[in-house]
Design a protein around this ligand. Structure first.
Ligand SMILES: Cc1cc2nc3c(=O)[nH]c(=O)nc-3n(C[C@H](O)[C@H](O)[C@H](O)COP(=O)(O)OP(=O)(O)OC[C@H]3O[C@@H](n4cnc5c(N)ncnc54)[C@H](O)[C@@H]3O)c2cc1C
Length: 341
């Protein structure tokens, strides 16, 4: 019997587990793949936090509320913007190596800009491999802890509910046998459900298991209409689609239609850095009007793209695409990054 059972080993699960252990709880992390296996490790662009001297949590709050278009839970946004800088520093103290450069006060965090943000405030690692670095640091911290047990290759299938309380779960163990795992508290941190969609950037493990087993146990699920999605990914047959991080547009990349027109200008005052829903809607309109199943992302102006975005560079190279190429004839079949809808 554990004090705390955490299902899932992404950033949510491992952070909760470390917090529980620090509070003196006996903790079990149970995860269906290997410990590092998660959507977290595929996160590219980074973590938004008001860290720059010229930035404030109030500015981050204002940007988030505008992007949220009336749907934000203001208390939750306040927690996010106020605690963000502290959480980034905690991750760094745990060993996450965020990208830095020499500044006036020694090594300073490099900050990128993404859609909906009025200033650069996105901390990143390995250029565009932020999630891999955060997951690596969290896994290392969990492995160091002596208050934690880890079960890899265990698949949670049902909650055990007794006298209206969750007392643990039924899991298929690493040999496929159904086993009860009991705990005083159970946290579902099993990630998203991107694989429910025909087109997704989410890894194969994002199958909404936690939502399903909670619903089966009669747990009320809130906010299911809020699904995070990426407006831009490479238009290939492969699934998941290789993500083209919003940070590309933060560095100057421009969405173009089949005539080469930069169509976000005129759609929104922030043009290509408009919030995701605005960008997606504008791209969908162009796609529907043109009858072509994609638009284009012109990244030819980004210098040293291979250093700043090594993950995207590798995905393009694997597909025979060279994002540095200019002089593109827009009505021809694409030879630079295509963006799926
Ligand atoms: C390509 C990509 C790029 C992204 N880029 C960014 C970014 O730049 N910035 C940003 O803020 N966010 C980004 N995100 C989103 C971010 O990665 C996720 O919101 C976040 O990682 C979710 O973390 P999580 O811990 O909730 O879930 P996950 O990291 O998905 O972890 C879920 C865990 O639960 C386990 N699990 C699932 N079902 C079961 C089961 N039945 N039994 C046992 N274990 C189970 C999984 O194996 C996994 O370990 C990106 C996402 C993707 C896919």
């Amino acid at each position: 019997m554990f004090d705390l059972l955490v299902l899932g080993s992404g950033v949510a699960g491992l952070t909760t587990a470390l917090r529980g252990a620090a509070a003196g709880m006996s903790v079990l992390v149970l995860t269906k793949g290997e410990l590092a296996s998660s959507a977290t490790r595929f996160a590219q662009g980074g973590v938004a936090a008001a860290i720059a001297g010229s930035d404030t949590p109030e500015m981050h709050l204002a940007d988030t509320l505008v992007a949220g278009a009336g749907s934000c839970d203001v208390d939750a946004v306040r927690a996010l913007v106020n605690e963000g800088p502290l959480r980034v520093r905690e991750l760094a103290a745990m060993g996450a190596a965020f990208d830095t450069a020499p500044g006036d006060h020694g090594e300073e965090l490099l900050l990128a800009r993404e859609g909906g943000h009025s200033v650069a405030r996105v901390v990143h690692a390995g250029g565009d491999a932020t999630g891999a670095e955060i997951e690596r640091a969290l896994v290392a911290a969990v492995r160091r802890s002596d208050r934690m047990e880890v079960r890899e290759g265990w698949f949670a299938v049902d909650l055990i509910v007794e006298t209206a309380r969750c007392r643990g779960i039924v899991a298929l163990d690493d040999r496929g046998a159904a086993t009860d795992v009991r705990a005083s508290e159970t946290v579902l941190a099993t990630g998203g459900a991107g694989q429910c969609y025909a087109v997704t950037t989410n890894p194969l493990l994002s199958t909404g298991d936690g939502i399903a087993l909670a619903l089966r146990a009669g747990v009320a699920c809130a906010d299911v209409e809020f699904v995070q999605f990426h407006p831009t990914a490479l238009c290939l047959e492969s699934m998941p689609r290789p993500l083209l991080s919003e940070a590309l547009r933060g560095e100057g990349a421009v969405l173009r239609d089949e005539h080469g027109s930069a169509f976000m200008v005129g759609e929104h005052p922030m043009a290509d850095l408009a919030p995701r829903d605005v960008v997606s809607l504008a791209a969908a309109r162009r796609i529907s009007a043109s009858g072509i199943d994609h638009v284009w992302l012109d990244a030819t102006m980004i210098e040293r793209l291979e250093e700043r975005f090594p993950t995207i560079w590798a995905a393009c190279a694997e597909s025979g695409l060279d994002p540095r190429r200019s002089g593109y004839r827009w009505h021809r079949p694409p030879t630079i990054s295509r963006v799926a809808w």
